[in-house]
Ligand binder design. Structure first.
Ligand code: AMP
Ligand code: ZN
Length: 470
């Protein structure tokens, strides 16, 4: 079955065909490491993780690059304010970022290139752009990209440059440019940069932000690659500028599919550092929620819709995931060895098919979740009516392991490794025997004994299970 994605470039859903056969090459704009990432940023990274996992689930091999912007105005400004060298300052936030990704169960990309380690590659592209006449050295000695020279400029963001250029020149903080829409490829050093600079044919300075992504994507993925992603705010000017630089320098198409995720918002406004309306992961933990619970919240809204974040949603996530955990314990304890298993097999296959179709349809998360909840509901009904066999329960559990290849929240087998003390297990077994032999008095006695030890025993159609009393 084909995978379809909504390509921002065409504003249409398109069937996905990677250029390299079974291998998908994908670039994801990464964090600027001047501070801790907030959960709005993580919405973007979780969307990219779901995308990556869906591609793998569908049988593709994925080569993913996520850059780390470790030099720009903000990293320089804040490292100087902290009285630290730039690299020592950004190191702390790089480490925190990787720890956070792990907590949120985001699969690792193949490459995490850092901007400061790719300055020569950026200089090479700037040289080509100057040679080809797309760039110029401005009055202030910085190198700028001349947007007017690139005929397709504005096509991604659908900005009509003819009208833009007719406008009056607006005052900007970059005085050396010929036109306001032009952007810096190389910024000449000034005293605010302290000791942060690199030598270049245009004197000492540092790269502009956009050229970082052109250089690092080309190095690891080639001149043309399959998928480029980011938050919707990255589309303009960042991605527009990446296209202009890369296509002008290489003379070929830069990216085949552009995917952008909508913002995470709070009270109707984008969560952002500058508005001060943000939560870091630590803030979420301090409120008593786990990475798994936050992941559930962040993945639950389709990536092209705004996600309105509330702490209430985290509380809901806790409850829902607890119900799933109870459900897995229940299935694990089904002991019914009858040959029956057909109906479980049927509901499992139905869920498998609908789930797979949903994720392949531009990551249709609500449909995918509907398959998950339906399977849970149907399986519960079978257990309750005594029609679930151990074989059937295994099939259902297996399908949840399958869902988790993309969702990574269920932890289907966590209860098997949770430490139920041996004496408790023995009592549960003894109680089962008592029940089978219709010795209900003994069975009740054991129930009380277990409760005294802090364990609640529940009877299921196939057997019984224990859980810790709260
Ligand atoms: P930055 O570190 O600001 O470059 O952002 C890193 C990534 O997070 C980019 O892909 C942004 O588009 C994305 N992003 C920033 N704020 C939000 C938000 N509130 N919701 C979703 N994505 C965001
Ligand atoms: Zn980028």
């Amino acid at each position: 079955m084909d995978i379809k994605f909504f390509n921002t470039y065409s504003r249409k859903e398109e069937v996905f065909h990677p250029t390299g056969g079974n291998e998908v090459r994908m670039y994801t704009c990464g964090p600027t490491v001047y501070n801790f990432a907030h959960i709005g940023n993580f919405r973007a990274y979780i969307f990219e993780d779901i995308l990556r996992r869906t591609l793998k689930y569908s049988g593709f091999k994925v080569v993913q690059v996520m850059n780390l912007t470790d030099v720009d105005d903000k990293t320089i400004r804040d490292s100087i304010a902290a009285g630290m060298p730039l690299d020592a300052y950004t190191e702390k936030f790089k480490d925190a970022f990787f720890r956070d990704l792990e907590t949120l169960r985001v699969d690792k990309a193949e490459y995490y290139p850092e901007a400061t380690k790719h300055i020569p590659e950026m200089i090479e592209i700037i040289k080509v752009l100057l040679e080809k006449g797309y760039a110029y050295v401005g009055e202030d000695k910085s190198v700028y990209y001349s947007v007017a020279k690139f005929a397709d400029y504005g096509k991604l963001a659908r900005i009509d440059m003819a009208n833009q250029r007719a406008g009056v020149r607006v005052k900007t903080d970059e005085y050396g440019k010929d036109s306001v829409a032009d952007f810096a490829l190389w910024k000449v050093w000034d005293k605010n940069d302290g000791d942060v600079f690199w030598e270049s044919p245009w004197g000492k300075g540092r790269p502009g932000w956009h050229i970082e992504c052109s250089a690092m994507s080309m190095k690891y993925l080639g001149k043309t690659f399959d998928i480029h992603t980011g938050g919707i705010d990255n589309m303009f000017p960042h991605h527009e500028d990446e296209i202009a630089q890369s296509e002008a320098a290489n003379g070929c198409r830069f990216v085949n599919y552009w995917l952008h995720c909508e913002h995470l918002i709070v009270n109707g406004q984008k969560m952002s550092k500058s508005l001060g309306n943000f939560f870091t992961l630590k803030d979420i933990f301090d409120k008593g929620f786990s990475g798994r619970e936050l992941r559930w919240v962040l993945l639950g809204t389709h990536y092209r819709k705004k996600l309105n974040f509330t702490l209430d949603a985290c509380t809901q996530a806790k409850l829902v995931l607890q119900k799933f955990s109870d459900f897995f314990v229940r299935l694990h304890s089904v002991k019914n060895s009858g040959a029956e298993g057909d109906s479980a097999e049927t509901i499992m296959l139905k869920a498998k098919t609908s789930f797979s179709a949903a994720v392949k349809d531009d990551l249709n998360i609500s449909e995918a979740l509907a398959s998950v909840f339906e399977l849970q509901h149907e399986a519960n009904k079978l257990v309750e009516s005594g029609k679930m066999s151990a074989k059937g329960a295994d099939a259902v559990l297996d399908q949840f392991r399958n869902f988790d290849r993309i969702f990574a929240v269920f932890d289907v087998d966590a209860s098997l490794t949770s430490d139920v003390p041996e004496e408790v297990t023995k009592l549960v077994e003894e109680r089962l025997t008592a029940k089978k032999t219709k010795n209900y008095a003994r069975s009740d006695e054991i129930r009380k004994e277990l409760l005294e030890k802090g364990w609640i025993v529940e009877d299921t159609a196939g057997g019984s299970r224990v859980k810790k009393a709260q």
